[in-house]
Ligand binder design. Sequence first.
Ligand code: ATP
Ligand code: AMP
Ligand code: MG
Length: 193
Amino acid sequence: MAGHSRVLVGGLPGVGKTTILSRAAESIRASSRSVLLVVFGSVMLDEAKKLGVSDRDRLRFLPVETQRQLQLKAAKKIYDMQADFVLIDTHFVIRTPEGFWPGLPIEVLKTLNPTHIVMIQAAVQSILSRRRNDPTRKRDEERPEDIEAELELSRQFMVIASAETGAPMKIINNEESGAELAMKEFLSTIRAE
Ligand code: ATP
Ligand code: AMP
Ligand code: MG
């Protein structure tokens, strides 16, 4: 295919982004094209370690001003990464004690310069049970109505990101035990199948 793809992937905590993207990256690699799976939160955490934060699930509790600096530094680092497919695993909205905060404010969007924007979503009850059943993380136990509200906000931020960058946006459902199917839809969306 012509050119390089920079794919922004967002969705609520625990919806299955990293699961789907790891498999997608494996599949792209197997077809001899270069791919980088960049977990935005991991790039932020590398910087945050200098501030004594070592748990990714604590990042969003830092003062938003600090998070903004980490966010922009991460975006600049990611901008320099090159591959046929750069898959950026991130969030459209972050729930902080200071309120909802955009994962992709204009400055960050402009720096990342995506070719595609994808949102992974799932039913509220699935998100709740995936969070409960994942012992590797400290995700919040939230009320279903709060998850529903965050889903709606994520969609709105996704629309803004698409309008600001001109990149097409796609919503992919990650149904129960359907990660493989979601991965295939993702590959076809970014023309990597
Ligand atoms: P975060 O934003 O917090 O990093 P995430 O979107 O990357 O979350 P994952 O870590 O990929 O989410 O998945 C959360 C949990 O849900 C994991 O235990 C994973 O195995 C499980 N999971 C992912 N997809 C599905 C699916 N289709 N059906 C059932 N469980 C799933
Ligand atoms: P994740 O592993 O995807 O859950 O990311 C861990 C944490 O990184 C998230 O809970 C956020 O605090 C932070 N994070 C990820 N993406 C962004 C972003 N685009 N802007 C700000 N913070 C982010
Ligand atoms: Mg993840």
